[in-house]
Design a protein. Structure first.
Length: 107
């Protein structure tokens, strides 16, 4: 499945769950969900536990959202899967996106 869960499936704690395959076709929907969540204020959590593949478009959106959130309430990647972590580390972006080497998340 390549789409995000419907917006009404967003957890009350403002968690956006990423799909297994984060590809270009899911990037536009993710962008809209991130904008909606940031407009509401408060910390945004991105659950990356089910990610099996992470494409460039989604990675760019997450980096931009993380950078923008530093000025506001914040954005955190939670429960990153091994595949998510491997892709972010391979791109040299772990610190930039808020992942510590020991799988912990930097808020």
């Amino acid at each position: 499945m390549n789409s995000l869960p419907p917006p009404d499936d967003m957890a009350p704690d403002r968690t956006i769950r990423l799909p297994a395959h984060c590809v270009t076709t899911t990037a536009d929907e993710l962008r809209a969900r991130l904008v909606m969540a940031s407009d509401d204020g408060g910390e945004i959590l991105v659950d990356a536990s089910e990610v099996e593949s992470l494409g460039q478009a989604v990675l760019q959106l997450l980096l931009a959202a993380h950078t923008e959130a530093k000025d506001g309430a914040g954005l955190a990647i939670v429960k990153p899967s091994a595949a998510f972590r491997q892709r972010v580390v391979a791109c040299g972006l772990a610190e930039t996106i808020g992942l510590e080497p020991n799988n912990e998340v930097i808020p």
